[in-house]
Design a protein around this ligand. Structure first.
Ligand SMILES: Nc1nc2c(ncn2[C@@H]2O[C@H](COP(=O)(O)OP(=O)(O)O)[C@@H](O)[C@H]2O)c(=O)[nH]1
Ligand SMILES: [Mg+2]
Length: 545
Protein backbone atom coordinates (compact mmCIF):
# COMPACT_ATOMS: atom_id res chain seq x y z
CA UNK A 1 0.00 0.00 0.00
CA UNK A 2 1.20 3.52 -0.74
CA UNK A 3 2.05 5.67 2.24
CA UNK A 4 -0.05 8.65 3.15
CA UNK A 5 2.26 11.23 1.66
CA UNK A 6 2.31 9.56 -1.75
CA UNK A 7 -1.44 9.06 -1.58
CA UNK A 8 -1.91 12.76 -0.95
CA UNK A 9 0.45 13.57 -3.76
CA UNK A 10 -1.42 11.32 -6.19
CA UNK A 11 -4.76 12.86 -5.26
CA UNK A 12 -3.32 16.36 -5.54
CA UNK A 13 -1.97 15.60 -8.99
CA UNK A 14 -5.22 14.09 -10.24
CA UNK A 15 -7.30 16.90 -8.82
CA UNK A 16 -4.81 19.64 -9.65
CA UNK A 17 -4.43 20.87 -6.05
CA UNK A 18 -1.29 22.91 -6.72
CA UNK A 19 -0.93 24.27 -3.18
CA UNK A 20 -1.17 20.83 -1.66
CA UNK A 21 1.32 19.47 -4.14
CA UNK A 22 3.75 22.17 -3.11
CA UNK A 23 3.31 21.40 0.55
CA UNK A 24 3.75 17.70 -0.08
CA UNK A 25 7.02 18.41 -1.87
CA UNK A 26 8.21 20.60 0.99
CA UNK A 27 7.43 17.82 3.40
CA UNK A 28 9.39 15.37 1.32
CA UNK A 29 12.31 17.81 1.35
CA UNK A 30 11.99 18.17 5.08
CA UNK A 31 12.49 14.48 5.68
CA UNK A 32 15.43 14.40 3.36
CA UNK A 33 17.28 17.43 4.63
CA UNK A 34 16.88 16.41 8.24
CA UNK A 35 18.05 12.90 7.75
CA UNK A 36 21.03 13.14 10.08
CA UNK A 37 22.32 14.74 13.16
CA UNK A 38 25.95 15.67 12.67
CA UNK A 39 28.11 14.33 15.46
CA UNK A 40 31.55 15.86 15.17
CA UNK A 41 34.60 14.25 16.70
CA UNK A 42 37.06 16.94 17.69
CA UNK A 43 40.43 16.91 19.38
CA UNK A 44 44.12 17.21 18.74
CA UNK A 45 46.02 15.17 16.24
CA UNK A 46 46.79 11.71 17.71
CA UNK A 47 44.24 12.13 20.47
CA UNK A 48 42.53 8.94 19.32
CA UNK A 49 39.58 10.29 17.31
CA UNK A 50 39.75 7.84 14.44
CA UNK A 51 40.30 4.96 16.87
CA UNK A 52 37.19 6.00 18.79
CA UNK A 53 35.05 6.03 15.65
CA UNK A 54 36.43 2.66 14.58
CA UNK A 55 35.44 1.25 17.93
CA UNK A 56 31.88 2.54 17.44
CA UNK A 57 31.89 0.74 14.10
CA UNK A 58 33.55 -2.37 15.57
CA UNK A 59 35.66 -2.28 12.46
CA UNK A 60 38.87 -0.50 11.45
CA UNK A 61 37.57 1.69 8.68
CA UNK A 62 39.51 4.87 9.32
CA UNK A 63 43.30 4.88 9.18
CA UNK A 64 44.80 5.27 12.65
CA UNK A 65 48.12 6.44 13.96
CA UNK A 66 48.87 8.27 10.78
CA UNK A 67 49.58 11.84 9.85
CA UNK A 68 46.24 13.07 8.59
CA UNK A 69 46.18 15.06 5.40
CA UNK A 70 45.62 18.68 5.98
CA UNK A 71 42.03 19.73 5.62
CA UNK A 72 40.20 16.50 4.86
CA UNK A 73 37.06 15.68 6.73
CA UNK A 74 35.52 12.23 6.71
CA UNK A 75 31.79 11.71 7.24
CA UNK A 76 30.22 8.38 8.01
CA UNK A 77 26.56 7.42 7.70
CA UNK A 78 24.49 4.31 7.63
CA UNK A 79 23.56 2.63 4.35
CA UNK A 80 22.87 -0.99 3.59
CA UNK A 81 25.74 -1.12 1.08
CA UNK A 82 29.28 -0.06 1.87
CA UNK A 83 30.58 2.80 -0.23
CA UNK A 84 33.11 5.65 -0.16
CA UNK A 85 32.79 8.81 -2.18
CA UNK A 86 35.47 11.42 -2.61
CA UNK A 87 34.51 15.00 -3.27
CA UNK A 88 37.30 17.03 -4.79
CA UNK A 89 38.02 20.71 -4.28
CA UNK A 90 36.43 21.49 -7.64
CA UNK A 91 33.22 19.75 -6.58
CA UNK A 92 33.64 16.65 -8.73
CA UNK A 93 32.98 13.28 -7.09
CA UNK A 94 34.14 9.73 -7.57
CA UNK A 95 33.83 6.44 -5.78
CA UNK A 96 36.65 4.47 -4.18
CA UNK A 97 36.79 1.29 -2.17
CA UNK A 98 37.26 1.55 1.58
CA UNK A 99 40.65 -0.14 1.30
CA UNK A 100 41.90 2.80 -0.72
CA UNK A 101 40.91 5.33 1.91
CA UNK A 102 44.39 5.91 3.31
CA UNK A 103 45.63 6.77 -0.17
CA UNK A 104 43.44 9.87 0.08
CA UNK A 105 43.30 10.98 3.69
CA UNK A 106 46.82 10.31 5.00
CA UNK A 107 49.85 12.47 4.45
CA UNK A 108 51.78 9.43 3.22
CA UNK A 109 49.18 8.39 0.64
CA UNK A 110 48.28 11.88 -0.47
CA UNK A 111 51.14 14.25 0.36
CA UNK A 112 50.10 17.90 0.60
CA UNK A 113 46.74 16.87 -0.74
CA UNK A 114 48.04 16.69 -4.31
CA UNK A 115 44.88 14.72 -5.12
CA UNK A 116 42.84 17.77 -4.21
CA UNK A 117 40.43 15.98 -1.93
CA UNK A 118 37.92 18.12 -0.10
CA UNK A 119 35.72 15.62 1.67
CA UNK A 120 35.14 11.90 2.05
CA UNK A 121 31.69 10.41 2.55
CA UNK A 122 31.52 6.86 3.76
CA UNK A 123 28.40 4.73 3.87
CA UNK A 124 28.47 1.69 6.11
CA UNK A 125 26.07 -1.08 7.10
CA UNK A 126 27.82 -1.16 10.50
CA UNK A 127 26.14 2.13 11.42
CA UNK A 128 22.68 0.56 11.37
CA UNK A 129 22.37 1.09 15.12
CA UNK A 130 22.77 4.84 14.61
CA UNK A 131 20.82 5.44 11.46
CA UNK A 132 20.13 9.03 12.38
CA UNK A 133 23.67 10.05 13.19
CA UNK A 134 26.37 11.20 10.85
CA UNK A 135 29.78 10.81 12.45
CA UNK A 136 32.34 13.33 11.36
CA UNK A 137 36.04 12.67 11.77
CA UNK A 138 38.11 15.83 11.71
CA UNK A 139 41.81 16.20 10.97
CA UNK A 140 42.58 17.61 14.38
CA UNK A 141 42.86 20.98 15.96
CA UNK A 142 46.04 22.48 17.27
CA UNK A 143 48.10 20.05 15.32
CA UNK A 144 51.30 20.99 13.62
CA UNK A 145 49.20 21.73 10.57
CA UNK A 146 48.00 25.24 10.91
CA UNK A 147 45.33 25.17 8.24
CA UNK A 148 43.89 21.93 9.51
CA UNK A 149 42.56 24.07 12.25
CA UNK A 150 40.92 26.48 9.85
CA UNK A 151 39.05 23.72 8.05
CA UNK A 152 37.84 22.04 11.18
CA UNK A 153 36.60 25.35 12.50
CA UNK A 154 34.42 25.74 9.44
CA UNK A 155 32.52 22.76 10.67
CA UNK A 156 31.73 24.25 13.99
CA UNK A 157 28.54 25.92 12.87
CA UNK A 158 27.12 22.63 11.67
CA UNK A 159 27.60 20.79 14.94
CA UNK A 160 24.61 18.84 16.18
CA UNK A 161 26.59 17.14 18.89
CA UNK A 162 30.29 16.91 19.58
CA UNK A 163 32.77 14.59 21.18
CA UNK A 164 36.00 16.21 22.20
CA UNK A 165 38.67 13.55 22.52
CA UNK A 166 41.47 14.31 24.96
CA UNK A 167 44.42 11.99 25.29
CA UNK A 168 45.37 10.85 28.77
CA UNK A 169 48.95 10.99 27.58
CA UNK A 170 48.85 14.80 27.35
CA UNK A 171 45.75 16.05 29.03
CA UNK A 172 43.94 19.24 28.21
CA UNK A 173 45.92 21.78 26.30
CA UNK A 174 44.82 25.36 25.98
CA UNK A 175 43.73 24.46 22.50
CA UNK A 176 41.42 21.75 23.80
CA UNK A 177 39.86 24.27 26.12
CA UNK A 178 39.20 26.62 23.23
CA UNK A 179 37.67 23.80 21.23
CA UNK A 180 35.39 22.78 24.08
CA UNK A 181 34.30 26.32 24.64
CA UNK A 182 33.45 26.89 21.00
CA UNK A 183 31.66 23.56 20.69
CA UNK A 184 29.65 24.38 23.80
CA UNK A 185 28.49 27.63 22.21
CA UNK A 186 27.23 25.68 19.21
CA UNK A 187 25.49 22.75 20.82
CA UNK A 188 24.02 21.61 24.12
CA UNK A 189 25.31 18.13 23.36
CA UNK A 190 29.02 18.21 24.05
CA UNK A 191 30.80 15.19 25.52
CA UNK A 192 34.39 14.74 26.56
CA UNK A 193 36.24 11.50 26.02
CA UNK A 194 39.42 10.84 27.95
CA UNK A 195 41.22 8.42 25.64
CA UNK A 196 44.18 6.14 26.19
CA UNK A 197 43.30 5.56 29.83
CA UNK A 198 45.23 2.28 29.65
CA UNK A 199 48.37 4.40 29.94
CA UNK A 200 47.42 5.45 33.49
CA UNK A 201 46.61 3.67 36.74
CA UNK A 202 43.03 3.64 37.97
CA UNK A 203 43.84 6.28 40.57
CA UNK A 204 45.50 8.48 38.00
CA UNK A 205 42.53 8.19 35.66
CA UNK A 206 40.19 9.35 38.42
CA UNK A 207 42.44 12.25 39.16
CA UNK A 208 42.65 13.34 35.52
CA UNK A 209 38.88 13.00 35.11
CA UNK A 210 38.29 15.28 38.09
CA UNK A 211 40.79 17.75 36.75
CA UNK A 212 39.07 17.71 33.35
CA UNK A 213 35.67 18.36 34.84
CA UNK A 214 36.93 21.20 36.98
CA UNK A 215 38.96 22.87 34.27
CA UNK A 216 36.27 22.70 31.60
CA UNK A 217 33.64 24.03 33.94
CA UNK A 218 35.95 26.96 34.59
CA UNK A 219 36.54 27.69 30.88
CA UNK A 220 33.11 27.09 29.44
CA UNK A 221 30.93 27.76 32.46
CA UNK A 222 29.07 24.50 32.33
CA UNK A 223 29.48 20.83 33.19
CA UNK A 224 30.36 18.24 30.60
CA UNK A 225 30.00 14.49 30.90
CA UNK A 226 33.43 12.87 30.72
CA UNK A 227 33.86 9.30 29.51
CA UNK A 228 36.98 7.25 30.04
CA UNK A 229 37.99 5.26 27.03
CA UNK A 230 40.68 2.92 25.76
CA UNK A 231 41.18 0.79 22.68
CA UNK A 232 42.75 -1.83 24.91
CA UNK A 233 39.33 -2.47 26.39
CA UNK A 234 38.63 -6.00 25.15
CA UNK A 235 35.13 -6.42 26.62
CA UNK A 236 33.97 -3.13 25.18
CA UNK A 237 32.69 -1.59 28.42
CA UNK A 238 33.85 1.93 27.51
CA UNK A 239 32.23 1.73 24.15
CA UNK A 240 29.04 0.40 25.72
CA UNK A 241 28.90 3.26 28.18
CA UNK A 242 29.24 5.91 25.49
CA UNK A 243 26.77 4.10 23.32
CA UNK A 244 24.01 3.74 25.89
CA UNK A 245 24.33 7.17 27.46
CA UNK A 246 25.04 9.29 24.39
CA UNK A 247 24.63 7.75 20.98
CA UNK A 248 21.36 5.98 21.65
CA UNK A 249 20.00 9.13 23.23
CA UNK A 250 20.98 11.32 20.27
CA UNK A 251 19.68 8.84 17.75
CA UNK A 252 16.34 8.44 19.46
CA UNK A 253 15.96 12.11 20.27
CA UNK A 254 16.40 13.12 16.66
CA UNK A 255 14.05 10.44 15.41
CA UNK A 256 11.35 11.47 17.84
CA UNK A 257 11.59 15.17 17.19
CA UNK A 258 11.52 14.67 13.47
CA UNK A 259 8.71 12.18 13.64
CA UNK A 260 6.59 14.58 15.65
CA UNK A 261 7.07 17.46 13.27
CA UNK A 262 6.49 15.20 10.32
CA UNK A 263 3.27 13.67 11.68
CA UNK A 264 1.95 17.07 12.55
CA UNK A 265 2.53 18.45 9.08
CA UNK A 266 1.29 15.33 7.40
CA UNK A 267 -1.90 15.23 9.39
CA UNK A 268 -2.58 18.85 8.50
CA UNK A 269 -2.01 18.10 4.86
CA UNK A 270 -4.40 15.18 5.07
CA UNK A 271 -7.16 17.35 6.58
CA UNK A 272 -6.58 20.01 3.98
CA UNK A 273 -6.79 17.51 1.13
CA UNK A 274 -9.93 16.11 2.67
CA UNK A 275 -11.58 19.53 2.89
CA UNK A 276 -10.63 20.34 -0.68
CA UNK A 277 -12.17 17.08 -1.83
CA UNK A 278 -15.32 17.80 0.14
CA UNK A 279 -15.57 21.18 -1.53
CA UNK A 280 -15.23 19.52 -4.92
CA UNK A 281 -17.77 16.88 -3.95
CA UNK A 282 -20.18 19.55 -2.90
CA UNK A 283 -19.80 21.29 -6.26
CA UNK A 284 -19.71 18.17 -8.42
CA UNK A 285 -23.39 18.10 -9.20
CA UNK A 286 -23.67 21.82 -9.83
CA UNK A 287 -23.80 23.63 -13.15
CA UNK A 288 -21.09 26.11 -14.11
CA UNK A 289 -23.35 29.10 -13.51
CA UNK A 290 -24.30 27.84 -10.07
CA UNK A 291 -20.67 27.33 -9.21
CA UNK A 292 -19.84 30.85 -10.31
CA UNK A 293 -22.59 32.17 -8.07
CA UNK A 294 -21.30 30.25 -5.06
CA UNK A 295 -17.81 31.47 -5.72
CA UNK A 296 -18.96 35.08 -5.72
CA UNK A 297 -20.79 34.48 -2.51
CA UNK A 298 -17.65 33.20 -0.80
CA UNK A 299 -15.12 35.60 -2.23
CA UNK A 300 -16.90 38.85 -1.53
CA UNK A 301 -15.31 42.27 -1.94
CA UNK A 302 -13.23 41.95 1.21
CA UNK A 303 -11.82 38.62 0.20
CA UNK A 304 -10.67 39.74 -3.23
CA UNK A 305 -6.97 39.45 -3.81
CA UNK A 306 -6.34 43.06 -4.69
CA UNK A 307 -8.23 44.27 -1.63
CA UNK A 308 -6.12 42.08 0.65
CA UNK A 309 -2.95 43.08 -1.15
CA UNK A 310 -3.74 46.73 -0.62
CA UNK A 311 -4.45 46.27 3.05
CA UNK A 312 -1.26 44.34 3.68
CA UNK A 313 0.59 47.04 1.79
CA UNK A 314 -0.89 49.79 3.98
CA UNK A 315 0.09 47.96 7.13
CA UNK A 316 3.69 47.42 6.08
CA UNK A 317 3.99 50.96 4.74
CA UNK A 318 2.65 52.61 7.86
CA UNK A 319 5.32 50.92 9.96
CA UNK A 320 8.07 51.65 7.49
CA UNK A 321 7.12 55.31 7.40
CA UNK A 322 7.49 55.52 11.14
CA UNK A 323 10.82 53.79 11.56
CA UNK A 324 13.15 56.72 11.13
CA UNK A 325 11.10 59.06 13.30
CA UNK A 326 10.90 56.64 16.16
CA UNK A 327 14.59 55.86 15.98
CA UNK A 328 15.48 59.54 15.92
CA UNK A 329 13.38 60.22 18.96
CA UNK A 330 14.90 57.31 20.82
CA UNK A 331 18.53 57.57 19.79
CA UNK A 332 19.01 61.32 19.58
CA UNK A 333 16.96 61.77 22.73
CA UNK A 334 18.90 59.27 24.79
CA UNK A 335 22.37 59.50 23.40
CA UNK A 336 23.24 62.74 21.62
CA UNK A 337 24.10 64.90 24.63
CA UNK A 338 25.85 62.14 26.58
CA UNK A 339 27.88 61.28 23.47
CA UNK A 340 28.93 64.90 22.99
CA UNK A 341 29.88 65.24 26.63
CA UNK A 342 31.86 62.02 26.59
CA UNK A 343 33.79 62.96 23.45
CA UNK A 344 34.69 66.40 24.73
CA UNK A 345 35.80 65.07 28.10
CA UNK A 346 37.98 62.35 26.64
CA UNK A 347 39.36 64.63 23.97
CA UNK A 348 40.74 67.05 26.54
CA UNK A 349 42.22 64.21 28.51
CA UNK A 350 43.97 62.85 25.42
CA UNK A 351 45.03 66.02 23.68
CA UNK A 352 48.02 66.79 25.90
CA UNK A 353 49.58 63.47 25.07
CA UNK A 354 49.60 64.10 21.33
CA UNK A 355 52.94 65.57 20.36
CA UNK A 356 54.64 66.59 17.13
CA UNK A 357 53.63 69.05 14.46
CA UNK A 358 50.10 69.85 13.45
CA UNK A 359 50.05 67.08 10.87
CA UNK A 360 50.87 64.47 13.49
CA UNK A 361 48.50 65.90 16.02
CA UNK A 362 45.65 65.95 13.56
CA UNK A 363 46.30 62.32 12.54
CA UNK A 364 46.23 61.40 16.22
CA UNK A 365 42.99 63.24 16.61
CA UNK A 366 41.40 61.46 13.67
CA UNK A 367 42.54 58.04 14.83
CA UNK A 368 41.29 58.70 18.32
CA UNK A 369 37.94 59.99 17.10
CA UNK A 370 37.38 57.07 14.75
CA UNK A 371 38.12 54.47 17.39
CA UNK A 372 36.19 56.20 20.11
CA UNK A 373 33.20 56.70 17.86
CA UNK A 374 33.16 53.12 16.65
CA UNK A 375 33.27 51.77 20.15
CA UNK A 376 30.67 54.16 21.54
CA UNK A 377 28.24 53.67 18.66
CA UNK A 378 28.63 49.96 19.04
CA UNK A 379 27.66 50.30 22.70
CA UNK A 380 24.70 52.48 21.79
CA UNK A 381 23.56 49.96 19.22
CA UNK A 382 23.73 47.22 21.83
CA UNK A 383 21.71 49.27 24.30
CA UNK A 384 19.07 50.04 21.69
CA UNK A 385 19.00 46.63 20.07
CA UNK A 386 15.88 45.52 21.90
CA UNK A 387 14.14 48.74 21.03
CA UNK A 388 14.88 48.24 17.33
CA UNK A 389 13.84 44.61 17.48
CA UNK A 390 10.59 45.57 19.17
CA UNK A 391 9.78 47.99 16.36
CA UNK A 392 10.20 45.18 13.87
CA UNK A 393 8.24 42.74 16.02
CA UNK A 394 5.28 45.14 16.21
CA UNK A 395 5.03 45.27 12.43
CA UNK A 396 5.34 41.50 12.18
CA UNK A 397 2.67 40.89 14.79
CA UNK A 398 0.31 43.19 12.94
CA UNK A 399 0.95 41.40 9.65
CA UNK A 400 0.44 38.04 11.34
CA UNK A 401 -2.80 39.13 12.92
CA UNK A 402 -4.12 40.42 9.67
CA UNK A 403 -3.25 37.19 7.91
CA UNK A 404 -4.85 35.08 10.62
CA UNK A 405 -7.95 37.19 10.43
CA UNK A 406 -8.03 36.82 6.66
CA UNK A 407 -7.85 33.04 6.92
CA UNK A 408 -10.59 32.92 9.53
CA UNK A 409 -12.87 34.99 7.36
CA UNK A 410 -12.20 32.80 4.35
CA UNK A 411 -12.84 29.60 6.30
CA UNK A 412 -15.97 31.06 7.78
CA UNK A 413 -17.40 31.95 4.37
CA UNK A 414 -16.62 28.52 2.94
CA UNK A 415 -18.28 26.89 5.89
CA UNK A 416 -21.34 29.14 5.57
CA UNK A 417 -21.82 28.58 1.87
CA UNK A 418 -20.58 25.02 1.33
CA UNK A 419 -20.66 23.54 4.84
CA UNK A 420 -17.07 22.43 4.62
CA UNK A 421 -14.70 23.22 7.44
CA UNK A 422 -11.10 23.88 6.44
CA UNK A 423 -8.52 22.79 8.99
CA UNK A 424 -6.97 25.34 11.29
CA UNK A 425 -3.49 26.25 10.32
CA UNK A 426 -0.90 28.62 11.48
CA UNK A 427 0.76 31.19 9.40
CA UNK A 428 3.61 33.07 10.96
CA UNK A 429 5.96 35.38 9.18
CA UNK A 430 9.41 34.20 10.08
CA UNK A 431 10.90 36.33 12.81
CA UNK A 432 14.57 36.68 12.25
CA UNK A 433 16.75 38.76 14.51
CA UNK A 434 17.67 42.12 13.15
CA UNK A 435 20.98 42.22 11.37
CA UNK A 436 23.74 43.74 13.40
CA UNK A 437 24.82 46.95 11.68
CA UNK A 438 28.38 47.11 10.53
CA UNK A 439 29.52 50.08 12.45
CA UNK A 440 31.96 52.53 11.05
CA UNK A 441 35.54 51.65 10.38
CA UNK A 442 34.52 52.00 6.77
CA UNK A 443 32.85 55.34 7.33
CA UNK A 444 35.38 57.63 5.80
CA UNK A 445 36.68 60.51 7.76
CA UNK A 446 36.83 63.85 6.09
CA UNK A 447 39.97 65.60 7.06
CA UNK A 448 39.45 69.26 7.95
CA UNK A 449 43.05 70.18 8.22
CA UNK A 450 44.69 72.25 5.51
CA UNK A 451 47.99 70.60 4.80
CA UNK A 452 49.76 73.97 4.47
CA UNK A 453 49.61 74.17 8.19
CA UNK A 454 52.16 71.41 8.41
CA UNK A 455 54.99 73.17 10.04
CA UNK A 456 53.11 75.34 12.41
CA UNK A 457 54.90 75.51 15.76
CA UNK A 458 52.48 73.69 17.97
CA UNK A 459 53.89 75.28 21.09
CA UNK A 460 52.36 78.63 20.21
CA UNK A 461 49.07 77.38 18.87
CA UNK A 462 48.28 74.35 20.98
CA UNK A 463 45.31 75.99 22.57
CA UNK A 464 43.97 77.41 19.34
CA UNK A 465 43.91 73.93 17.86
CA UNK A 466 42.54 72.41 21.00
CA UNK A 467 39.56 74.69 20.61
CA UNK A 468 39.23 73.99 16.93
CA UNK A 469 39.28 70.22 17.37
CA UNK A 470 36.96 70.30 20.33
CA UNK A 471 34.64 72.54 18.36
CA UNK A 472 34.08 69.84 15.76
CA UNK A 473 33.03 67.23 18.25
CA UNK A 474 29.34 68.12 18.77
CA UNK A 475 28.80 67.92 15.01
CA UNK A 476 30.70 64.67 14.66
CA UNK A 477 28.57 63.20 17.41
CA UNK A 478 25.33 64.11 15.70
CA UNK A 479 26.51 63.15 12.22
CA UNK A 480 27.57 59.69 13.30
CA UNK A 481 24.54 59.07 15.44
CA UNK A 482 22.41 59.92 12.43
CA UNK A 483 24.39 57.48 10.32
CA UNK A 484 23.61 54.78 12.84
CA UNK A 485 19.93 55.74 12.67
CA UNK A 486 20.03 55.46 8.88
CA UNK A 487 21.55 52.02 8.95
CA UNK A 488 19.05 50.79 11.52
CA UNK A 489 16.18 52.29 9.55
CA UNK A 490 17.34 50.47 6.47
CA UNK A 491 17.71 47.16 8.30
CA UNK A 492 14.34 47.36 10.02
CA UNK A 493 12.53 48.41 6.88
CA UNK A 494 14.02 45.71 4.75
CA UNK A 495 13.01 43.14 7.38
CA UNK A 496 9.46 44.55 7.34
CA UNK A 497 9.43 44.31 3.53
CA UNK A 498 10.50 40.71 3.76
CA UNK A 499 7.75 39.87 6.25
CA UNK A 500 5.24 41.70 4.10
CA UNK A 501 6.36 39.63 1.14
CA UNK A 502 5.88 36.41 3.07
CA UNK A 503 2.38 37.36 4.17
CA UNK A 504 1.53 38.36 0.61
CA UNK A 505 2.76 35.08 -0.83
CA UNK A 506 0.74 33.16 1.70
CA UNK A 507 -2.48 35.07 1.10
CA UNK A 508 -2.10 34.98 -2.66
CA UNK A 509 -1.52 31.26 -2.85
CA UNK A 510 -4.38 30.60 -0.43
CA UNK A 511 -6.80 32.63 -2.49
CA UNK A 512 -5.64 31.17 -5.77
CA UNK A 513 -6.13 27.64 -4.46
CA UNK A 514 -9.63 28.36 -3.27
CA UNK A 515 -10.58 30.17 -6.44
CA UNK A 516 -9.27 27.33 -8.55
CA UNK A 517 -11.12 24.87 -6.35
CA UNK A 518 -14.40 26.68 -6.83
CA UNK A 519 -14.05 27.30 -10.53
CA UNK A 520 -13.10 23.98 -12.00
CA UNK A 521 -14.36 20.51 -11.70
CA UNK A 522 -12.06 17.66 -12.64
CA UNK A 523 -14.06 14.57 -11.91
CA UNK A 524 -17.39 13.16 -10.92
CA UNK A 525 -18.77 12.47 -7.46
CA UNK A 526 -17.80 8.84 -7.59
CA UNK A 527 -14.11 9.46 -8.11
CA UNK A 528 -13.96 12.14 -5.44
CA UNK A 529 -15.71 9.87 -3.00
CA UNK A 530 -13.16 7.17 -3.79
CA UNK A 531 -10.32 9.53 -2.84
CA UNK A 532 -12.07 10.53 0.35
CA UNK A 533 -12.47 6.90 1.31
CA UNK A 534 -8.83 6.28 0.54
CA UNK A 535 -7.78 9.09 2.88
CA UNK A 536 -10.00 7.64 5.58
CA UNK A 537 -7.92 4.47 5.63
CA UNK A 538 -5.03 6.44 7.09
CA UNK A 539 -4.91 7.50 10.68
CA UNK A 540 -2.27 9.95 11.93
CA UNK A 541 0.04 9.38 9.06
CA UNK A 542 0.00 5.57 9.28
CA UNK A 543 -2.28 3.08 7.53
CA UNK A 544 -4.95 1.72 9.85
CA UNK A 545 -4.83 -1.94 10.74
N1 LIG B 1 47.47 3.08 24.28
C1 LIG B 1 46.48 3.58 23.55
N2 LIG B 1 46.74 4.08 22.32
C2 LIG B 1 45.71 4.61 21.60
C3 LIG B 1 44.38 4.61 22.09
N3 LIG B 1 43.58 5.19 21.18
C4 LIG B 1 44.37 5.53 20.14
N4 LIG B 1 45.67 5.15 20.40
C5 LIG B 1 46.80 5.35 19.50
O1 LIG B 1 47.03 6.71 19.31
C6 LIG B 1 47.46 6.95 17.96
C7 LIG B 1 46.56 7.99 17.31
O2 LIG B 1 45.25 7.49 17.18
P1 LIG B 1 44.23 8.03 16.10
O3 LIG B 1 42.94 7.40 16.35
O4 LIG B 1 44.81 7.95 14.74
O5 LIG B 1 44.18 9.56 16.53
P2 LIG B 1 43.55 10.82 15.76
O6 LIG B 1 44.69 11.51 15.10
O7 LIG B 1 42.94 11.66 16.82
O8 LIG B 1 42.55 10.31 14.79
C8 LIG B 1 47.40 5.62 17.27
O9 LIG B 1 48.70 5.10 17.18
C9 LIG B 1 46.53 4.77 18.16
O10 LIG B 1 46.87 3.41 18.11
C10 LIG B 1 44.15 4.06 23.41
O11 LIG B 1 43.04 4.01 23.93
N5 LIG B 1 45.24 3.56 24.07
MG1 LIG C 1 42.48 10.54 12.72
Amino acid sequence: MQDLLSTIRTIAQKQDFQGILREANDLEQFTQSNQWLDVVILGQFKAGKSSLINSFLKRDVLPMGVLPVTAIITRLVYAPQEKAIITRLDGSKFEISLKELSAYVTEKGNPENKKEVYLVDIELPELKEFEKLRLIDTPGLGSAFKHNTAVTENWFNRIGAAFVVISAAQPLSENDQEVIKTAAEQSPEVYLVLSKTDLLSKAEVDEVMDFLKLKTRETAGRDFPVFPYSIKDTVGKFRAQIQTTVLDHLDKHLTETQQNIYSHKLSHLRSLTKSYLEIRLNLASKKDSERQELKNKILDEQLKLNFIQKELGYIAQSYENNTRNELEKELLGNHLEPLRALLIKEFHAGYDKWTGNLYKVSRNYEKWLKEKMAKTLDDIEKQEHDFANDMLAKAQIHLNNYTTHFRERLNHRINEVLHVLLPEEEFQVKVEPLEKPDIITSWAFESHIDLLWFLIPMKLFRNVFRKSFAGQLPNEAEKNLRRLISILTKNINSAIKKSHGEALTYVTSKLESIEHLLEEQHSGEEEIQKYLDLLETFENGKPER
